[in-house]
Write a protein that binds this ligand. Structure first.
Ligand code: ZN
Length: 486
Protein backbone atom coordinates (compact mmCIF):
# COMPACT_ATOMS: atom_id res chain seq x y z
CA UNK A 1 0.00 0.00 0.00
CA UNK A 2 2.84 2.31 0.87
CA UNK A 3 4.52 1.73 -2.48
CA UNK A 4 1.39 2.02 -4.63
CA UNK A 5 0.36 5.22 -2.86
CA UNK A 6 3.83 6.74 -3.07
CA UNK A 7 4.21 10.16 -4.72
CA UNK A 8 6.67 8.54 -7.15
CA UNK A 9 3.76 6.72 -8.78
CA UNK A 10 2.11 10.06 -9.47
CA UNK A 11 -1.42 8.96 -8.77
CA UNK A 12 -1.34 5.85 -11.03
CA UNK A 13 -3.32 7.26 -13.93
CA UNK A 14 -3.73 4.86 -16.89
CA UNK A 15 -1.37 5.67 -19.73
CA UNK A 16 1.19 7.36 -17.50
CA UNK A 17 4.57 6.19 -16.25
CA UNK A 18 3.20 5.95 -12.69
CA UNK A 19 0.33 3.84 -13.93
CA UNK A 20 2.68 1.46 -15.74
CA UNK A 21 4.85 1.18 -12.66
CA UNK A 22 1.82 0.20 -10.61
CA UNK A 23 0.77 -2.53 -13.08
CA UNK A 24 4.37 -3.81 -13.37
CA UNK A 25 4.68 -3.86 -9.60
CA UNK A 26 1.51 -5.92 -9.24
CA UNK A 27 2.64 -8.37 -11.92
CA UNK A 28 6.01 -8.76 -10.14
CA UNK A 29 4.33 -9.33 -6.81
CA UNK A 30 1.99 -11.92 -8.36
CA UNK A 31 5.07 -13.71 -9.66
CA UNK A 32 6.81 -13.54 -6.29
CA UNK A 33 3.68 -14.98 -4.67
CA UNK A 34 3.88 -17.93 -7.05
CA UNK A 35 0.88 -17.05 -9.19
CA UNK A 36 1.24 -17.73 -12.93
CA UNK A 37 0.77 -15.27 -15.80
CA UNK A 38 -2.85 -15.31 -16.96
CA UNK A 39 -2.72 -12.46 -19.47
CA UNK A 40 -2.10 -12.37 -23.20
CA UNK A 41 0.80 -14.19 -24.86
CA UNK A 42 2.05 -15.71 -21.65
CA UNK A 43 2.33 -12.36 -19.87
CA UNK A 44 0.70 -10.98 -16.76
CA UNK A 45 -1.05 -8.32 -18.84
CA UNK A 46 -4.23 -7.84 -20.79
CA UNK A 47 -4.00 -4.72 -22.92
CA UNK A 48 -6.94 -2.34 -22.73
CA UNK A 49 -7.31 0.21 -25.57
CA UNK A 50 -8.53 3.46 -24.07
CA UNK A 51 -9.44 6.93 -25.24
CA UNK A 52 -8.94 9.90 -23.03
CA UNK A 53 -10.91 13.09 -23.33
CA UNK A 54 -9.92 16.40 -21.82
CA UNK A 55 -12.14 19.47 -21.73
CA UNK A 56 -10.34 22.67 -22.70
CA UNK A 57 -10.84 26.11 -21.22
CA UNK A 58 -13.99 27.99 -22.21
CA UNK A 59 -16.52 25.18 -21.83
CA UNK A 60 -19.96 26.59 -21.23
CA UNK A 61 -23.53 25.45 -20.74
CA UNK A 62 -26.20 28.01 -21.57
CA UNK A 63 -29.76 27.51 -20.40
CA UNK A 64 -32.66 29.33 -22.04
CA UNK A 65 -36.40 29.37 -21.66
CA UNK A 66 -38.55 28.73 -18.64
CA UNK A 67 -39.21 31.80 -16.57
CA UNK A 68 -37.62 34.09 -19.11
CA UNK A 69 -34.92 36.67 -18.60
CA UNK A 70 -31.27 36.39 -19.44
CA UNK A 71 -29.97 32.93 -20.18
CA UNK A 72 -28.14 31.18 -17.35
CA UNK A 73 -24.50 30.46 -18.14
CA UNK A 74 -22.98 27.62 -16.17
CA UNK A 75 -19.23 27.68 -15.72
CA UNK A 76 -16.88 24.69 -16.10
CA UNK A 77 -15.56 23.35 -12.79
CA UNK A 78 -17.49 25.87 -10.73
CA UNK A 79 -21.01 24.83 -11.77
CA UNK A 80 -20.52 21.75 -13.90
CA UNK A 81 -18.07 19.04 -14.86
CA UNK A 82 -18.37 15.99 -17.06
CA UNK A 83 -16.95 13.84 -19.78
CA UNK A 84 -17.65 14.44 -23.45
CA UNK A 85 -18.11 11.42 -25.67
CA UNK A 86 -14.85 10.37 -27.26
CA UNK A 87 -16.37 10.38 -30.76
CA UNK A 88 -16.76 14.15 -30.54
CA UNK A 89 -14.21 15.93 -32.65
CA UNK A 90 -12.87 19.18 -31.26
CA UNK A 91 -16.04 20.31 -29.52
CA UNK A 92 -19.36 19.09 -28.20
CA UNK A 93 -21.78 21.53 -29.71
CA UNK A 94 -25.43 20.78 -29.21
CA UNK A 95 -28.80 22.26 -28.36
CA UNK A 96 -31.39 20.05 -26.74
CA UNK A 97 -34.46 20.18 -24.52
CA UNK A 98 -34.06 19.14 -20.89
CA UNK A 99 -36.05 16.44 -19.15
CA UNK A 100 -35.96 15.82 -15.42
CA UNK A 101 -36.17 12.22 -14.16
CA UNK A 102 -35.70 12.52 -10.37
CA UNK A 103 -33.38 9.81 -9.20
CA UNK A 104 -35.44 6.87 -10.29
CA UNK A 105 -35.73 4.65 -13.24
CA UNK A 106 -36.78 6.24 -16.45
CA UNK A 107 -38.06 3.42 -18.42
CA UNK A 108 -35.04 2.53 -20.48
CA UNK A 109 -33.24 0.17 -18.16
CA UNK A 110 -35.41 -2.63 -19.45
CA UNK A 111 -36.59 -3.14 -22.98
CA UNK A 112 -40.09 -3.46 -21.52
CA UNK A 113 -40.75 0.27 -21.43
CA UNK A 114 -39.96 1.82 -24.79
CA UNK A 115 -42.38 4.78 -24.29
CA UNK A 116 -40.17 5.96 -21.44
CA UNK A 117 -37.18 5.79 -23.70
CA UNK A 118 -38.95 7.79 -26.39
CA UNK A 119 -39.37 10.73 -24.02
CA UNK A 120 -35.66 10.74 -23.36
CA UNK A 121 -34.27 10.30 -26.84
CA UNK A 122 -32.22 13.19 -28.10
CA UNK A 123 -32.71 15.11 -24.85
CA UNK A 124 -30.42 15.99 -22.02
CA UNK A 125 -31.48 14.14 -18.89
CA UNK A 126 -31.37 16.03 -15.60
CA UNK A 127 -31.48 13.86 -12.46
CA UNK A 128 -30.41 13.76 -8.87
CA UNK A 129 -27.16 11.80 -8.82
CA UNK A 130 -28.16 10.00 -5.65
CA UNK A 131 -31.50 9.52 -3.92
CA UNK A 132 -32.07 11.62 -0.79
CA UNK A 133 -30.36 10.14 2.28
CA UNK A 134 -32.55 7.87 4.35
CA UNK A 135 -34.58 6.93 1.30
CA UNK A 136 -32.11 4.44 -0.01
CA UNK A 137 -33.36 0.98 -0.31
CA UNK A 138 -32.93 -1.26 2.65
CA UNK A 139 -33.37 -4.95 2.44
CA UNK A 140 -31.59 -8.21 2.04
CA UNK A 141 -28.08 -8.24 0.62
CA UNK A 142 -28.37 -7.99 -3.08
CA UNK A 143 -32.02 -7.02 -2.69
CA UNK A 144 -34.07 -6.46 -5.78
CA UNK A 145 -34.12 -3.04 -7.30
CA UNK A 146 -37.23 -0.97 -6.79
CA UNK A 147 -36.44 1.47 -9.53
CA UNK A 148 -34.01 3.99 -8.05
CA UNK A 149 -30.80 4.03 -9.96
CA UNK A 150 -27.27 4.74 -8.88
CA UNK A 151 -25.53 7.38 -10.97
CA UNK A 152 -23.73 4.62 -12.87
CA UNK A 153 -26.99 2.99 -13.81
CA UNK A 154 -28.45 6.36 -14.79
CA UNK A 155 -25.65 7.01 -17.24
CA UNK A 156 -26.15 3.55 -18.69
CA UNK A 157 -29.93 3.91 -18.88
CA UNK A 158 -29.65 7.34 -20.51
CA UNK A 159 -27.20 6.00 -23.05
CA UNK A 160 -29.44 3.08 -23.93
CA UNK A 161 -32.45 5.37 -24.28
CA UNK A 162 -30.58 7.48 -26.80
CA UNK A 163 -30.27 10.58 -24.62
CA UNK A 164 -27.92 13.25 -25.90
CA UNK A 165 -26.42 13.75 -22.47
CA UNK A 166 -26.92 13.84 -18.73
CA UNK A 167 -26.65 16.44 -16.01
CA UNK A 168 -26.60 14.73 -12.64
CA UNK A 169 -27.19 17.02 -9.69
CA UNK A 170 -24.66 16.36 -6.97
CA UNK A 171 -25.72 16.46 -3.35
CA UNK A 172 -23.09 16.34 -0.64
CA UNK A 173 -25.77 15.31 1.82
CA UNK A 174 -26.83 12.34 -0.28
CA UNK A 175 -23.44 11.17 -1.53
CA UNK A 176 -21.36 11.96 1.54
CA UNK A 177 -18.61 13.70 -0.45
CA UNK A 178 -18.14 17.34 -1.47
CA UNK A 179 -18.29 18.91 -4.93
CA UNK A 180 -14.50 19.01 -4.90
CA UNK A 181 -14.43 15.21 -5.13
CA UNK A 182 -16.85 15.23 -8.07
CA UNK A 183 -14.71 17.87 -9.74
CA UNK A 184 -11.55 15.81 -9.22
CA UNK A 185 -13.23 12.79 -10.80
CA UNK A 186 -15.24 14.29 -13.66
CA UNK A 187 -13.48 17.61 -14.24
CA UNK A 188 -10.26 16.17 -15.56
CA UNK A 189 -8.85 14.15 -18.42
CA UNK A 190 -10.94 11.01 -18.32
CA UNK A 191 -10.46 7.60 -19.84
CA UNK A 192 -13.00 5.25 -21.32
CA UNK A 193 -12.98 2.32 -23.71
CA UNK A 194 -12.20 3.10 -27.31
CA UNK A 195 -14.96 0.72 -28.40
CA UNK A 196 -17.54 2.61 -26.28
CA UNK A 197 -16.79 5.89 -28.00
CA UNK A 198 -19.26 5.21 -30.80
CA UNK A 199 -22.24 4.54 -28.58
CA UNK A 200 -21.69 6.81 -25.62
CA UNK A 201 -23.49 9.93 -24.47
CA UNK A 202 -22.34 13.15 -26.08
CA UNK A 203 -21.79 14.59 -22.64
CA UNK A 204 -22.01 12.83 -19.26
CA UNK A 205 -22.21 15.87 -17.02
CA UNK A 206 -22.65 16.76 -13.38
CA UNK A 207 -24.04 19.91 -11.80
CA UNK A 208 -23.20 21.29 -8.39
CA UNK A 209 -26.18 21.42 -6.04
CA UNK A 210 -26.37 25.21 -6.47
CA UNK A 211 -26.31 25.02 -10.26
CA UNK A 212 -28.99 22.32 -10.14
CA UNK A 213 -31.16 24.60 -7.98
CA UNK A 214 -30.78 27.46 -10.42
CA UNK A 215 -31.75 25.28 -13.32
CA UNK A 216 -34.83 23.78 -11.64
CA UNK A 217 -35.96 27.15 -10.30
CA UNK A 218 -35.69 28.59 -13.77
CA UNK A 219 -38.00 25.82 -14.94
CA UNK A 220 -40.53 26.87 -12.30
CA UNK A 221 -39.93 23.98 -9.93
CA UNK A 222 -38.86 23.91 -6.36
CA UNK A 223 -35.86 21.67 -6.01
CA UNK A 224 -36.84 20.95 -2.44
CA UNK A 225 -40.26 19.78 -3.57
CA UNK A 226 -38.75 17.57 -6.26
CA UNK A 227 -36.30 16.20 -3.72
CA UNK A 228 -39.25 15.26 -1.48
CA UNK A 229 -41.11 13.68 -4.36
CA UNK A 230 -38.33 11.16 -4.31
CA UNK A 231 -40.10 9.27 -1.57
CA UNK A 232 -42.65 8.11 -4.09
CA UNK A 233 -41.35 5.35 -6.26
CA UNK A 234 -43.07 6.36 -9.46
CA UNK A 235 -40.80 6.89 -12.39
CA UNK A 236 -40.65 10.61 -13.00
CA UNK A 237 -40.37 12.23 -16.41
CA UNK A 238 -40.80 15.92 -16.25
CA UNK A 239 -40.07 18.01 -19.34
CA UNK A 240 -38.50 21.21 -18.06
CA UNK A 241 -39.43 23.58 -20.92
CA UNK A 242 -35.83 24.63 -20.99
CA UNK A 243 -33.26 24.33 -23.68
CA UNK A 244 -29.60 23.82 -23.15
CA UNK A 245 -26.79 24.84 -25.46
CA UNK A 246 -23.49 23.12 -24.88
CA UNK A 247 -20.16 24.38 -26.13
CA UNK A 248 -17.47 22.14 -24.81
CA UNK A 249 -14.09 22.31 -26.52
CA UNK A 250 -12.08 19.16 -26.03
CA UNK A 251 -9.00 17.16 -26.91
CA UNK A 252 -9.05 13.41 -27.32
CA UNK A 253 -6.15 11.00 -27.50
CA UNK A 254 -5.72 7.28 -27.63
CA UNK A 255 -3.78 5.54 -24.94
CA UNK A 256 -2.97 2.04 -23.86
CA UNK A 257 -3.08 0.55 -20.44
CA UNK A 258 -3.39 -2.96 -19.09
CA UNK A 259 -5.12 -5.16 -16.59
CA UNK A 260 -2.56 -7.15 -14.56
CA UNK A 261 -3.76 -10.71 -14.18
CA UNK A 262 -2.42 -13.87 -12.57
CA UNK A 263 -3.75 -17.30 -11.74
CA UNK A 264 -3.23 -20.36 -9.66
CA UNK A 265 -4.58 -23.31 -11.65
CA UNK A 266 -7.10 -25.64 -10.06
CA UNK A 267 -6.04 -29.14 -9.09
CA UNK A 268 -8.98 -30.92 -10.70
CA UNK A 269 -8.35 -31.23 -14.46
CA UNK A 270 -12.07 -31.33 -15.26
CA UNK A 271 -12.78 -28.15 -13.30
CA UNK A 272 -9.68 -26.15 -14.14
CA UNK A 273 -11.58 -24.04 -16.66
CA UNK A 274 -13.86 -22.93 -13.83
CA UNK A 275 -12.71 -19.96 -11.79
CA UNK A 276 -13.02 -17.95 -8.65
CA UNK A 277 -11.98 -14.36 -9.40
CA UNK A 278 -10.61 -11.73 -7.00
CA UNK A 279 -10.65 -8.20 -8.40
CA UNK A 280 -9.38 -4.71 -7.53
CA UNK A 281 -8.69 -1.66 -9.68
CA UNK A 282 -5.09 -0.44 -9.50
CA UNK A 283 -5.48 3.00 -11.06
CA UNK A 284 -6.29 6.34 -9.51
CA UNK A 285 -6.73 9.96 -10.61
CA UNK A 286 -3.13 10.92 -11.40
CA UNK A 287 -2.04 14.44 -10.57
CA UNK A 288 -3.54 17.92 -10.68
CA UNK A 289 -2.03 21.06 -12.09
CA UNK A 290 -2.39 23.28 -9.06
CA UNK A 291 -2.24 23.16 -5.30
CA UNK A 292 0.42 22.36 -2.76
CA UNK A 293 -0.12 18.61 -2.89
CA UNK A 294 -0.61 17.65 -6.52
CA UNK A 295 -0.67 13.89 -6.30
CA UNK A 296 -3.85 11.91 -5.94
CA UNK A 297 -2.20 9.06 -4.05
CA UNK A 298 -5.26 6.87 -3.87
CA UNK A 299 -4.06 5.00 -0.80
CA UNK A 300 -7.43 3.84 0.44
CA UNK A 301 -8.79 4.01 -3.12
CA UNK A 302 -7.45 1.55 -4.11
CA UNK A 303 -3.99 0.57 -2.88
CA UNK A 304 -5.89 -1.22 -0.11
CA UNK A 305 -7.85 -3.37 -2.55
CA UNK A 306 -4.64 -4.20 -4.46
CA UNK A 307 -2.97 -5.22 -1.20
CA UNK A 308 -5.91 -7.52 -0.47
CA UNK A 309 -5.49 -9.05 -3.93
CA UNK A 310 -1.78 -9.71 -3.39
CA UNK A 311 -2.39 -11.18 0.02
CA UNK A 312 -5.05 -13.49 -1.43
CA UNK A 313 -2.58 -14.66 -4.09
CA UNK A 314 0.00 -15.40 -1.39
CA UNK A 315 -2.51 -17.28 0.73
CA UNK A 316 -3.80 -19.29 -2.21
CA UNK A 317 -0.25 -20.18 -3.28
CA UNK A 318 0.63 -21.29 0.24
CA UNK A 319 -2.08 -23.98 0.35
CA UNK A 320 -0.67 -27.47 0.43
CA UNK A 321 -3.26 -28.69 -1.99
CA UNK A 322 -4.67 -26.35 -4.60
CA UNK A 323 -8.46 -26.11 -4.61
CA UNK A 324 -10.21 -27.85 -7.49
CA UNK A 325 -10.99 -24.68 -9.46
CA UNK A 326 -8.63 -22.01 -10.72
CA UNK A 327 -8.15 -18.76 -8.81
CA UNK A 328 -7.78 -15.63 -10.94
CA UNK A 329 -6.30 -12.42 -9.54
CA UNK A 330 -7.44 -9.51 -11.65
CA UNK A 331 -6.02 -6.02 -11.06
CA UNK A 332 -7.91 -3.84 -13.50
CA UNK A 333 -6.97 -0.52 -15.05
CA UNK A 334 -9.18 2.56 -15.48
CA UNK A 335 -11.51 1.86 -12.58
CA UNK A 336 -11.90 5.63 -12.38
CA UNK A 337 -14.34 6.90 -13.35
CA UNK A 338 -16.39 4.24 -15.16
CA UNK A 339 -14.61 0.88 -14.76
CA UNK A 340 -13.24 0.66 -18.29
CA UNK A 341 -10.80 -2.15 -17.40
CA UNK A 342 -13.58 -4.27 -15.90
CA UNK A 343 -15.87 -3.66 -18.86
CA UNK A 344 -13.10 -4.68 -21.21
CA UNK A 345 -12.51 -7.90 -19.29
CA UNK A 346 -16.23 -8.73 -19.33
CA UNK A 347 -16.25 -8.38 -23.11
CA UNK A 348 -12.90 -10.09 -23.59
CA UNK A 349 -12.63 -12.59 -20.74
CA UNK A 350 -9.39 -14.53 -20.33
CA UNK A 351 -11.25 -17.41 -18.70
CA UNK A 352 -14.84 -18.28 -19.67
CA UNK A 353 -17.31 -16.00 -17.89
CA UNK A 354 -19.99 -18.68 -17.79
CA UNK A 355 -17.57 -20.82 -15.81
CA UNK A 356 -16.75 -18.05 -13.35
CA UNK A 357 -18.32 -19.37 -10.17
CA UNK A 358 -17.67 -16.37 -7.95
CA UNK A 359 -16.13 -12.92 -8.19
CA UNK A 360 -15.18 -10.87 -5.14
CA UNK A 361 -14.22 -7.24 -5.69
CA UNK A 362 -12.31 -4.98 -3.30
CA UNK A 363 -12.39 -1.21 -3.53
CA UNK A 364 -11.38 1.15 -0.76
CA UNK A 365 -11.00 -0.98 2.35
CA UNK A 366 -10.59 1.29 5.37
CA UNK A 367 -7.57 0.29 7.42
CA UNK A 368 -9.08 1.13 10.80
CA UNK A 369 -10.28 -1.09 13.63
CA UNK A 370 -11.35 -4.71 13.50
CA UNK A 371 -14.59 -5.26 11.60
CA UNK A 372 -17.31 -7.06 13.54
CA UNK A 373 -19.47 -7.32 10.42
CA UNK A 374 -18.95 -7.50 6.70
CA UNK A 375 -20.85 -5.83 3.87
CA UNK A 376 -21.37 -7.98 0.80
CA UNK A 377 -23.27 -6.39 -2.07
CA UNK A 378 -24.35 -8.45 -5.03
CA UNK A 379 -26.87 -11.07 -6.10
CA UNK A 380 -28.14 -12.99 -3.05
CA UNK A 381 -30.02 -15.39 -5.28
CA UNK A 382 -26.87 -16.92 -6.80
CA UNK A 383 -26.07 -20.48 -5.73
CA UNK A 384 -22.68 -19.47 -4.38
CA UNK A 385 -24.34 -17.16 -1.84
CA UNK A 386 -24.51 -20.24 0.44
CA UNK A 387 -20.70 -20.38 0.57
CA UNK A 388 -20.45 -16.66 1.25
CA UNK A 389 -22.88 -17.01 4.15
CA UNK A 390 -21.08 -20.06 5.41
CA UNK A 391 -17.70 -18.30 5.40
CA UNK A 392 -19.18 -15.35 7.30
CA UNK A 393 -20.76 -17.65 9.85
CA UNK A 394 -17.55 -19.56 10.46
CA UNK A 395 -15.65 -16.32 11.05
CA UNK A 396 -18.46 -14.88 13.16
CA UNK A 397 -18.78 -11.94 10.80
CA UNK A 398 -22.48 -11.16 10.32
CA UNK A 399 -23.29 -10.07 6.78
CA UNK A 400 -24.92 -6.67 6.74
CA UNK A 401 -27.94 -6.05 4.66
CA UNK A 402 -27.02 -3.96 1.71
CA UNK A 403 -28.67 -3.41 -1.56
CA UNK A 404 -28.09 -3.96 -5.21
CA UNK A 405 -28.62 -0.24 -5.59
CA UNK A 406 -25.59 0.49 -3.48
CA UNK A 407 -23.23 2.50 -5.62
CA UNK A 408 -20.38 0.42 -4.30
CA UNK A 409 -21.92 -2.66 -5.75
CA UNK A 410 -22.54 -0.84 -8.96
CA UNK A 411 -18.85 -0.34 -9.55
CA UNK A 412 -16.86 -3.20 -11.09
CA UNK A 413 -19.14 -6.07 -10.00
CA UNK A 414 -22.04 -4.41 -11.83
CA UNK A 415 -20.60 -5.19 -15.26
CA UNK A 416 -19.97 -8.80 -14.28
CA UNK A 417 -23.46 -9.25 -12.84
CA UNK A 418 -24.86 -7.85 -16.11
CA UNK A 419 -23.00 -10.70 -17.80
CA UNK A 420 -24.51 -13.28 -15.46
CA UNK A 421 -21.57 -13.70 -13.06
CA UNK A 422 -22.13 -14.05 -9.29
CA UNK A 423 -20.06 -10.94 -8.49
CA UNK A 424 -19.92 -9.11 -5.17
CA UNK A 425 -18.22 -6.18 -3.58
CA UNK A 426 -16.82 -7.03 -0.18
CA UNK A 427 -15.94 -4.48 2.45
CA UNK A 428 -16.05 -3.97 6.17
CA UNK A 429 -19.45 -3.46 7.70
CA UNK A 430 -20.65 -0.70 9.98
CA UNK A 431 -19.68 -2.47 13.20
CA UNK A 432 -16.21 -2.57 14.70
CA UNK A 433 -15.11 -4.94 17.46
CA UNK A 434 -15.07 -3.23 20.86
CA UNK A 435 -16.44 0.04 19.50
CA UNK A 436 -19.79 1.71 19.82
CA UNK A 437 -22.49 0.99 17.27
CA UNK A 438 -21.77 1.96 13.67
CA UNK A 439 -18.28 3.24 14.46
CA UNK A 440 -17.23 1.76 11.13
CA UNK A 441 -19.96 3.65 9.30
CA UNK A 442 -18.89 6.91 10.94
CA UNK A 443 -15.27 6.37 9.88
CA UNK A 444 -16.42 5.66 6.34
CA UNK A 445 -18.45 8.88 6.24
CA UNK A 446 -15.49 10.84 7.48
CA UNK A 447 -13.28 9.26 4.78
CA UNK A 448 -15.80 10.22 2.10
CA UNK A 449 -16.14 13.79 3.24
CA UNK A 450 -12.44 14.45 3.85
CA UNK A 451 -10.23 12.25 1.68
CA UNK A 452 -12.23 10.51 -1.04
CA UNK A 453 -10.81 11.47 -4.46
CA UNK A 454 -8.61 14.14 -2.94
CA UNK A 455 -4.84 14.42 -2.59
CA UNK A 456 -5.19 13.69 1.13
CA UNK A 457 -6.03 10.03 0.44
CA UNK A 458 -2.50 9.07 1.52
CA UNK A 459 -0.83 6.13 3.15
CA UNK A 460 -0.27 6.44 6.90
CA UNK A 461 2.35 4.34 8.64
CA UNK A 462 0.13 3.92 11.69
CA UNK A 463 -2.72 2.28 9.78
CA UNK A 464 -4.24 -0.68 11.56
CA UNK A 465 -4.19 -3.43 8.98
CA UNK A 466 -6.14 -5.85 11.16
CA UNK A 467 -9.20 -4.64 9.31
CA UNK A 468 -7.83 -5.67 5.94
CA UNK A 469 -6.60 -8.97 7.31
CA UNK A 470 -10.10 -9.77 8.48
CA UNK A 471 -11.64 -9.01 5.09
CA UNK A 472 -8.98 -11.03 3.31
CA UNK A 473 -9.58 -13.94 5.67
CA UNK A 474 -13.27 -13.83 4.85
CA UNK A 475 -12.77 -13.55 1.10
CA UNK A 476 -10.20 -16.33 1.14
CA UNK A 477 -12.51 -18.70 2.97
CA UNK A 478 -15.53 -17.91 0.79
CA UNK A 479 -13.42 -18.20 -2.36
CA UNK A 480 -11.84 -21.44 -1.30
CA UNK A 481 -15.17 -23.03 -0.47
CA UNK A 482 -16.56 -21.94 -3.85
CA UNK A 483 -13.45 -23.27 -5.58
CA UNK A 484 -13.80 -26.67 -3.92
CA UNK A 485 -17.53 -27.17 -4.37
CA UNK A 486 -18.29 -30.50 -5.97
ZN1 ZN B 1 -12.04 2.96 -6.31
Amino acid sequence: MRFLAHDLLEGRAPGTRGGRLAAEYLASQFAVAGALPAGEKGTYFQEVPLVSVRVRAGAILRIRGGRGGEPIDLVWLEDFVGIPGAREAGEVSLSAPLVFVGSGGFGSESAADPPGAAKIQGKVVVAFAEPPPGRREKGSPGGKSSGRLSWRQKLEAARRAGAAGTLLIHSEEASGYPWEAVRATWGREAVGLEEDARTGLRFAGWLSWEAGQRLLTRAGHSAEALWKLESTQKPLRLPLKLEIQMHIPLVTRRLRSANAVAMIPGSAPERRQETVVFLAHWDHLGTRAEGEDRVYNGAVDNATGCAALLELARLWASLEKEPARTALFLAVTAGEPVEAGSRWYVRHPLMPLEKTRLLLSFDSLLPVGVPASVAVAGPADAGVWAQIRDAARRLRLPIESGSGQDNGFCASPYWFVQAGVAAYRVRMGARLAGRRDSAGAALWRSYLSRDYHRPTDEFHADWDCAALARIVEFAFLAGRMAADLP
